[in-house]
Every structure is written in C-alpha cells, then in structure tokens.
Design a protein around this ligand. Structure first.
Ligand SMILES: Nc1ncnc2c1ncn2[C@@H]1O[C@H](COP(=O)(O)OP(=O)(O)OP(=O)(O)O)[C@@H](O)[C@H]1O
Length: 292
C-alpha cells in the first residue's frame, strides 16, 4: 500500500500542497483529479522523490520509500523525457536495462509492450518521426517496461485517440489486476469514472473528496430527479420544491429532500408521465461540487 500523509509544499510564497493525504492499495486504480494548478504534479513528484516535501511523508507498507523502492516504480512525468533521435524499440530496451533488466529480458518486454500499444510497426522509427500520440505511447512503454511494482502516471491519457485510450486502459487494468497500485492524474473525468476504483479530488492543495467512485456518488444523496411529462401545460413544474430546470417535456429537479412522491403526484395531474426516476451524480458533477 502506498500512503501519502499530510504533505505540505510551498514554492516561495505560493502554497502548492496544504495537507494532502490519501492511499492507494495493491490492485487499486486511483484517479487523481483537480483543476489546473491544484497540486497533482507536485504530489506525484514528491511521491517519486523528484521533489522534497516541506513536511509530511510517503510510505510503502508502513515504511518510508527508499531510492531502491522508487527504482522499481513506473513513472510517467509531466515533462515527457524521450531521446528524440533514438529508435523506439532501442529506447524502450535502453530504459529497461537502466531499470535493471537483462538484455534478453529488456528485448522481450519491449517486444510485448510495443505489440500491446500497437507500436510494433514503428519499432525502428526515431521518436521525432512519430506523432505526439505515438510518442506518448512510447513514453508509456518506457514507464512499464520493467514490470513496475507501483505505477505513477501524470496525465497518461492526454492527447491519445480513443483507440489508444482503450489500449492503454487495457494495459493498466492488467497491471492492476496483477496487484500493482496504479495512480494516475487526468482531466478526463468520464475516463476516470469508467476505469478507477477510487478517486481523489484535489483543490488548491487540499483533498476535498477521496473514496470509491460509487461511494462518492452515494454520498451526494439521491441526485437529480428526471421527470418527462407529455401534454403538460408549459410552466407546470415552476412551483415544484427544489431547483427546477425545464427543457421541453423534460424536467430536472435537484435538491429534493424527500422521495419525490409529491412531485410524481403533481406530474400525473399535469399530463402523461413518460419517465420518473433518479439520476445519480456523475463524477463531473461531484468534481464541480468539490472544487466550487
Ligand atoms: N517550480 C515551481 N515554482 C513555483 N510555483 C510552482 C512550481 N511548480 C508548480 N508551482 C505552482 O504550484 C501549484 C501546483 O502546481 P502543480 O503543477 O502541482 O498542479 P497540477 O494540479 O499538476 O496542475 P495541471 O493540471 O495544470 O498540471 C500551482 O499553483 C503552480 O503554479
């Protein structure tokens, strides 16, 4: 288990982290989300030992991380770091060797990863001849080549087309199922909702919500009541309790405190009720609420 405890970090007068705490268990995929400048990269850099925190700690299974621990981690930094003139396969193998793989092991792992990330045909191209999305795939291969025990990825999905997103998601899910804790940051909340077991929302250097995606959705109460009434007089919903948004026959009501039966009665009286149901909040809605 990776535990991040009460991290504080200032850059001069600027407070970047103000008590960041969360943990990622083995086999857990953790989505780290927050607005630009919220503190995600700073937290991941401290986790990887690239930056030092002013206070707080990063533990693995209850003890402070060492250089050797981090060597067995897979890290994709925000500032991508590939040798532009080196060929793709050569490069991934090289990083594999740097992380301690044998020549044969690095070659085999590179071949497998290039295959999984649909890069086999580009194996002999230099990196600067690749599109940005393909460079990103190579960067991921570099982070994964030594079969890391922990994965820390700073916006691994940004700039990828939907097929590449799926390929990467599959690779990460397989590592996760093998027991690897996976932490990644992203602004693509639909993706985080789809892939992650849990999320941490950071806002101005503080965690404003952390937990399983489903738990966070439940915590928000019942969510939004969606009612569709055909043939109702316009404005029938104006006096309903809660906040009402009308779009044609569809009415969305938030802030309803009870089970909504009164609203159902009023809808039945107003016209022909085609739909009446609760919509749980999406991660995007939870995010907006958490950073408001
Ligand atoms: N080297 C630095 N010097 C001064 N301020 C910095 C430095 N690095 C980051 N900051 C500031 O610290 C805060 C947190 O930045 P950080 O890069 O961790 O955010 P982030 O959540 O990763 O943002 P983004 O989503 O835009 O990548 C921001 O206000 C940023 O401007």
């Amino acid at each position: 288990m990776i535990e991040i405890n009460d991290l504080h970090k200032r850059y001069g007068d600027k407070t970047a982290l103000d008590g960041v705490t969360f943990s990622v268990r083995p086999g857990e995929m953790f989505g780290f989300v927050g607005a630009n400048g919220a503190g995600k990269t700073t937290t991941m850099r401290i986790l990887m030992g690239v930056l030092t925190a002013d206070s707080g700690s990063v533990l693995r299974d209850g003890r402070p991380l060492t250089f050797e621990d981090r060597r067995r981690f897979g890290y994709m930094p925000e500032e991508r770091g590939l040798y532009q003139k080196m060929r793709v396969a050569e490069q991934v193998e090289y990083f594999g060797r740097l992380s301690g793989l044998t020549a044969g092991g690095a070659r085999k792992a590179t071949g497998d990863l290039l295959e999984q990330l649909s890069l086999t045909e580009r194996a002999n191209d230099t990196v600067d001849a690749l599109s940005l999305g393909n460079q990103q795939r190579v960067q991921l291969a570099v982070a994964l080549v030594h079969t890391p025990e922990v994965l820390v990825l700073d916006e691994p999905f940004s700039g990828l087309d939907p097929l590449a997103v799926d390929a990467l998601a599959e690779v990460l899910a397989a590592r996760c199922e093998a027991g690897v804790p996976v932490l990644f940051s992203s602004h693509q909340l639909d993706l985080v909702e789809r892939l992650c077991h849990s999320v941490g929302i950071i806002s101005a250097g503080r965690m404003t919500a952390t937990g399983a995606v489903e738990e966070l959705r439940d915590r928000e109460g019942r969510g939004t009541l969606r009612v569709v009434v055909r043939g109702a007089a316009p404005g029938w919903a104006a006096s309903l309790p809660g906040e009402v948004v009308e779009k044609g026959d569809e009415v969305l009501v938030t802030g309803v405190e009870d089970d909504g039966q009164e609203i159902l009665h009023l809808a039945v009286r107003a016209g022909s009720v085609e739909h009446f149901g609760w919509q749980r909040p999406t991660l995007t809605e939870i995010f907006r609420e958490a950073v408001a």
